[in-house]
Design a protein around this ligand. Structure first.
Ligand SMILES: O=C(CO)[C@H](O)[C@H](O)COP(=O)(O)O
Length: 209
């Protein structure tokens, strides 16, 4: 007899808390977790800014390119030996390469990738430990942003983790121009207003400089 397998579809879960949602379903008795892998590209023309929190980013370059990713950001901690080849591959598949660093990683580790002959076009400074949404913004990461902005006035500098109306001014005045925000946008009564507040803060800081 084939055993019963109850498989909650994660498509209906709270994506900002995917790890805890998975844990919750298993705790509540799920046998499997059903994952619907879809190409968002079919449904939007938007720039798809993809952050690969994986240990083997090289394995994902081709599939992400085929799926329609616009930006492909990998972690320096797992690409110390092959970042040159990785950047080349990402560009050859028509994507913009970016590099990310975890809170414990010094900013100096990513400088060679920005200064390379074939450089990354974006640096993502993590302002929480990667893993799940809804964590507290780490203002001490702003030294990294300031260092990067001082050296590279035109670089896309992205911040991710705990960003929202109460933390944006610190990040924007440090020089971040790409703002990733999960819970503050999706959890807001008026997400459009939050997006507008974030944009105004970045543009306001840029106009001061
Ligand atoms: O990469 C992430 C976690 O690893 C998320 O993008 C990030 O945490 C955004 O969520 P929030 O704005 O709620 O902090």
């Amino acid at each position: 007899m084939a055993a019963a397998k109850i498989a909650p579809s994660m498509l209906s879960s709270d994506f900002a808390n995917l790890a805890s949602e998975a844990e919750r379903m298993v705790r509540l008795g799920a046998d499997w977790l059903h994952m619907d892998i879809m190409s968002l590209r079919k449904h939007t023309k938007a720039y798809l800014d993809c952050h690969l929190m994986v240990t083997n980013p090289s394995d994902y370059v081709e599939p992400m390119g085929k799926a329609g990713a616009s930006g492909f950001t990998f972690h320096i901690e797992v690409a110390k030996d092959n970042w040159q080849e990785l950047i080349q591959n990402i560009k050859s598949k028509g994507m913009r390469p970016g590099v990310s660093l975890r809170p414990g990683t010094p900013v100096e580790d990513v400088l060679p990738l920005v200064e390379a002959e074939n450089p990354v076009e974006l640096v993502l400074v993590m302002t929480v430990e990667p893993g799940f949404g809804g964590q507290k913004f780490m203002p001490e990461m702003m030294d990294k942003v300031r260092t990067l902005r001082k050296k590279y006035p035109c670089l896309d500098i992205e911040v991710d983790g705990g960003l929202g109306p109460s933390t944006i001014d610190v990040a924007a005045s440090a020089g971040a121009n790409c703002i990733v925000a999960g819970s503050s946008i999706f959890g807001a009564a008026d997400p459009g207003e939050v997006i507008s507040v974030l944009r105004k803060s970045v543009e306001g800081s840029q106009n001061k400089n």
